[in-house]
Design a protein around this ligand. Structure first.
Ligand code: C2O
Length: 577
């Protein structure tokens, strides 16, 4: 499963030459072509063989390997009955918003028999990201790793690993996830939960009928491995640990961090974490479980099963055929609702913040925003019985707006063509219309409002958003993902945000920079970003069920004055609705 690390072959002369020819992509990247056939494939897990939507018949999907500065041309051809779109999660998409992928936000979906070429350049990013379907719940089987290697000759800011191993977590459903979410939205109740978690598509030996589908990582003693961990699960944050081994966190969301050691990591859907695994110096004659199971803070049911992979040392020759493995070690993971661990882990994450990899956190703020994040309810139609709280329907919102996507165009097209009338309004609230005790006793009226409201930002606005979890239907952690930007996490805390006291404690020196941040259960998180990328950018909870219920909104970043500050025109093959 290792990714070979190509040797650097850039010679000094070549380097100067390419700098001269391609000033904007110093050390000129190359163009890489990929072909994604969206097609059905039979996938067998847990003794169930299922007809599933896949890319190229692979589950998980193909891995994209590129280098910082490269341009990617990925032709996606849709051979299935469902509409599809693919999002390149965490890629900045500078001026290439048409390639971002969320359906009805930056493009209409690719219909059956149609195709679309995603065309973008990776600028100023290196590390682990991933791609996934960005329409309904098709992400359950349509996802894969994106590995961005540093430019030729650029070393990692940590010791060079012997091998690199991507590990992508997912959720396996015996049921068709399209049916699961359709049924939930009809009934207004919570959706059914998954049947297993997976590592590289494999549930592992702790599930019935699954031992043969176990991810095995074969290692040599005394080496350092770089594990590229990705959480592509639909609805669950995960703890991950390897028995009797310590992990050194070196990167999250394609940003280098100050290295720190931990037995366990926490990874939310939408997040990636690179860790160094140093193997034992001598052959241990044992195997070690690598387990992941959920961190769950909500009130509803969830899949509380455990995926296990196996870390296996290759035996030295004299051990072969001589004896069986004598020991099997299992890691101890935090309790399912261990919010203290979650807080401590996120507090340890710091940007590397060196001159080469600076933390460019905005120090002055042009727009201060306060968003409430959480669940609520919406009314049940009079002739129906609904299975949400007190006979209502589950809903979710940002500042009490449960977001509706357009259905006959995309937000970006409607903006670009100057025809926003009837599609969206540019008036997303800057704070909740009716303040309340967000983390205290729930208000009497839990109903959300609905709308398609965008927050409009002039080019280069620096933004601070305090995202405040609400306990309207019980406190819950929400991994919020921002498209088109990285955000800096300048502060977090429990209870209600205090605008008089809390900003004094902000970290403006080495805050973690990432694309998906957990809003703490019963707390708040303060983020900053610079709106230097024109286009329409989605922001949503990466728990798919919450996105389906409306926990999403979009930013409209206007063009700047200069030519290179403008969104490029749409490509000719942009799908039609
Ligand atoms: Cu990874 Cu909008 O999603």
């Amino acid at each position: 499963m290792g990714v070979p690390i190509p040797q650097s072959f850039a010679m000094p002369g070549m380097l100067l030459f390419s700098l001269f020819i391609f000033p904007q992509f110093a050390v000129g990247g190359i163009t890489r072509h990929y072909h994604f056939d969206i097609m059905y494939q039979n996938v067998s897990r847990l003794c169930h063989t299922k007809h599933r939507v896949t890319v190229n018949g692979q589950f998980p999907g193909p891995r994209i390997v590129a280098r910082e500065g490269d341009r990617l041309l990925i032709k996606v051809v849709n051979h299935v009955q469902n509409n599809i779109s693919i999002h390149w999660h965490g890629i900045r998409q500078l001026r290439s918003g048409w390639a971002d992928g969320p359906a009805y936000v930056t493009q209409c979906p690719i219909q059956t028999g149609q195709s679309y070429v995603y065309n973008y350049t990776i600028v100023g990013q290196r590390g682990t990201l991933f791609w996934h379907a960005h329409i309904s719940w098709l992400r359950s089987t349509v996802y894969g790793a994106i590995i961005i290697l540093p430019k030729h000759g650029a070393p990692y800011p940590f010791s060079k690993p012997y091998k690199e191993v991507p590990i992508i977590f997912g959720e396996w459903w015996n049921a068709d996830t399209e049916a699961v979410i359709t049924q939930a939205l009809q009934s207004g109740g919570g959706p059914n939960v998954s049947d297993a978690y997976t590592m590289n598509g494999l549930p592992g030996p702790l599930y019935n009928c699954s031992a043969k589908d176990t991810f095995k990582l074969k290692v040599k003693p005394g080496k350092t491995y770089l594990l590229r961990l990705i959480n592509a699960a639909l609805n669950d944050e995960l703890f991950f640990s390897i028995a009797n081994h310590t992990l050194t966190v070196v990167e999250v969301d394609a940003i280098y961090v100050k290295p720190f050691e931990t037995e366990t990591i926490l990874i939310a859907p939408g997040q990636t974490t690179n860790v160094l695994l140093k193997t034992k110096s001598h052959y241990p004659n044992a195997t070690f479980f690598m387990n992941a199971r959920p961190y769950a803070t909500g009130q509803g049911t969830f899949d509380n099963s455990t995926v296990a992979g196996i870390l296996e040392y290759e035996a030295p020759p004299h051990f072969l055929h001589s004896m069986n493995k004598i020991s099997l070690y299992k890691p101890i993971l935090p309790a399912l609702n261990d919010t203290a661990f979650a807080t401590n882990f996120s507090n340890r994450l710091r940007s590397l913040a060196t001159s080469q990899f600076p933390a460019n956190v905005p120090h002055k703020v042009d727009r201060r925003l306060f968003f409430t994040i959480g669940l609520g309810t919406s009314p049940c139609q009079s002739n129906q019985t609904c299975q949400g709280p007190n006979g209502t329907r589950f809903a979710a919102s940002v500042n009490n707006v449960s977001f509706n996507l357009p259905t006959t165009t995309s937000l970006l097209q409607s903006h670009y063509s100057g025809q926003s009338n009837g599609v969206y309004s540019p008036n997303f609230p800057i704070s909740p219309l009716i303040p309340f005790n967000y983390t205290g006793t729930p208000p009497n009226n839990t109903m959300v409002s609905n709308g398609t409201k965008l927050m409009v930002l002039p080019f280069n606005t620096s933004v601070e958003v305090v995202m405040q979890d609400t306990s309207i239907l019980g406190a819950e952690s929400h991994p919020l993902h921002l498209h088109g930007f990285n955000l800096f996490v300048v502060g977090q805390g429990f209870g209600n945000f205090d605008a008089n006291k809390d900003p004094a404690k902000y970290n403006l020196v080495d805050p973690i920079e990432r694309n998906t941040v957990g809003v703490p259960s019963g707390g708040w998180v303060a983020i900053r970003f610079l709106a230097d990328n024109p286009g329409v950018w989605f922001m949503h909870c990466h728990l798919e069920v919450h996105t389906s219920w409306g926990l999403k909104m979009a930013w409209l970043v206007l063009d700047g004055k200069l030519p290179h500050q403008k969104l490029l025109p749409p490509p000719a093959d942009l799908p039609k609705c």
